[in-house]
Design a protein around this ligand. Structure first.
Ligand SMILES: NC(=O)c1ccc[n+]([C@@H]2O[C@H](COP(=O)([O-])OP(=O)(O)OC[C@H]3O[C@@H](n4cnc5c(N)ncnc54)[C@H](OP(=O)(O)O)[C@@H]3O)[C@@H](O)[C@H]2O)c1
Length: 348
């Protein structure tokens, strides 16, 4: 088990402890980002910060209406950079915002969205950081997706896995024209990785038959553990590409993620939920901090709010990251291969 202190610090992180914030993020002018689900919650705050830092931000999400509303709010918002940067600071240039439709419950739209992105960027295009932010909370009796897949896994893990695979070529070509370890993929997990996932993170029976698990809270927790397994496996298997893939718990926030959860649970948790800007600050650390390196990614290190490493994950989860030959359970590798099989038709 994770220690009590490891959990406590994820619910009550040090005040003003974020190493990277809107105020001190270096200029992102000339860099290109994808924020999935950038119309709400953590993704909205992240998109707003990147826009004011001069980045070109593509928001891939399911609702054009929500994205357009978010863009209007972002474009009319005041940058906190101006309050802190001198008048002549060239970093005060705004970036740009682009919407591309993508619904993670339908893999055909993921492929179309990736193609649309590549077309808009053109042959000399780039992708500096892919933030696989979009996700669902626990949904009771969620229906299977268009491709007949389990809902939580499709939205939180398989869909983002497919999107990432489709974008590996442009991420790799961006690595060749960028500083070392600066091209990244960021994966949000949850405190429920520590608290709610079964032994070894994902049950073997689930991979054999996804209908063997019915409880929506386990499905949510496990689909989040899956993001960590995927990030770690990508980093280990594709270290030669130079793409740093990092997963971690962004923290606990007041956002729309709770709309599918029981009102009672929401009100019980409400006192400890924070402003989602701190979740975006966690993403900034995972996406931009120079203290996050390829060695960390290959080692499967796991970030926590508001920009720190987890002080000590559960032993069974750490063993899942290691192969049987290395003394582990090999569950992360097994899951990665399972994902490859599930999305195979969309990678051709
Ligand atoms: N809030 C927390 O306490 C917390 C804690 C741990 C982890 N996280 C993780 O942080 C990430 C962001 O969550 P949030 O709290 O900011 O939630 P949110 O406010 O509900 O935002 C989620 C975003 O994802 C989009 N989205 C949802 N389902 C989608 C689908 N099928 N296809 C495409 N886009 C979809 C939503 O689009 P719509 O606008 O159309 O709904 C929205 O833009 C999630 O991965 C979540 O699991 C959140």
């Amino acid at each position: 088990m994770s220690s009590f202190s490891a959990l406590w610090t994820q619910f009550f992180p040090p005040r003003n402890g974020a190493p990277l914030t809107e105020s001190n993020l270096p200029s992102q002018a000339g860099r290109v980002f994808i924020v999935t689900g950038g119309s709400s919650g953590l993704g909205f705050e992240l998109t707003r910060i990147l826009y004011h830092a001069g980045g070109k931000v593509y928001v891939l999400t399911r609702s054009k209406e929500h994205a357009e509303d978010a863009f209007t709010r972002i474009q009319s918002s005041q940058s906190k950079r101006r309050e802190n940067a001198p008048e002549q600071d060239a970093t005060n240039t705004q970036g740009s915002l682009e919407f591309i439709h993508m619904d993670l419950t339908d893999f055909t739209t993921i492929k179309t969205a990736a193609c649309e992105f590549l077309e808009r960027e053109g042959p000399d295009g780039r992708l500096d950081v892919l933030f696989n932010n979009a996700g669902t909370g626990a949904v009771k009796d969620a229906p299977p997706t268009r491709q007949g897949l389990e809902y939580h896994f499709a939205v939180n893990s398989l869909g983002p896995y497919l999107l990432t695979q489709l974008l590996i070529p442009i991420l790799s070509s961006t690595v060749r024209k960028s500083p070392q370890d600066s091209v990244r993929v960021v994966w949000p997990a949850s405190c429920l990785v520590d608290l709610g996932s079964p032994k070894t993170g994902i049950r073997k029976e689930f991979l054999q038959n996804t209908e063997s698990v019915k409880d929506q809270n386990e499905l949510y927790s496990t689909s989040k553990t899956a993001t960590w397994f995927v990030a770690s496996e990508f980093a280990r298997r594709q270290a030669n590409t130079g793409i740093v893939q990092i997963a971690g718990n962004p923290g606990n926030y007041i956002t729309n993620i709770w709309r599918s959860t029981s009102r009672l649970l929401y009100y019980v948790l409400w006192p400890i939920l924070r402003d989602p800007v701190h979740g975006a600050e966690t993403y900034l650390w995972m996406g931009f901090s120079q203290s996050v390196t390829m060695d960390d990614a290959v080692a499967g290190r796991y970030a926590i709010c508001d920009g720190r490493w987890h002080p000590g994950q559960r032993e069974d989860l750490l063993l899942a990251l290691r192969s049987v030959e290395e003394g582990g359970s090999g569950r992360a590798a097994e899951y990665f291969d399972w994902c490859a099989e599930k999305v195979r038709d969309f990678l051709q």
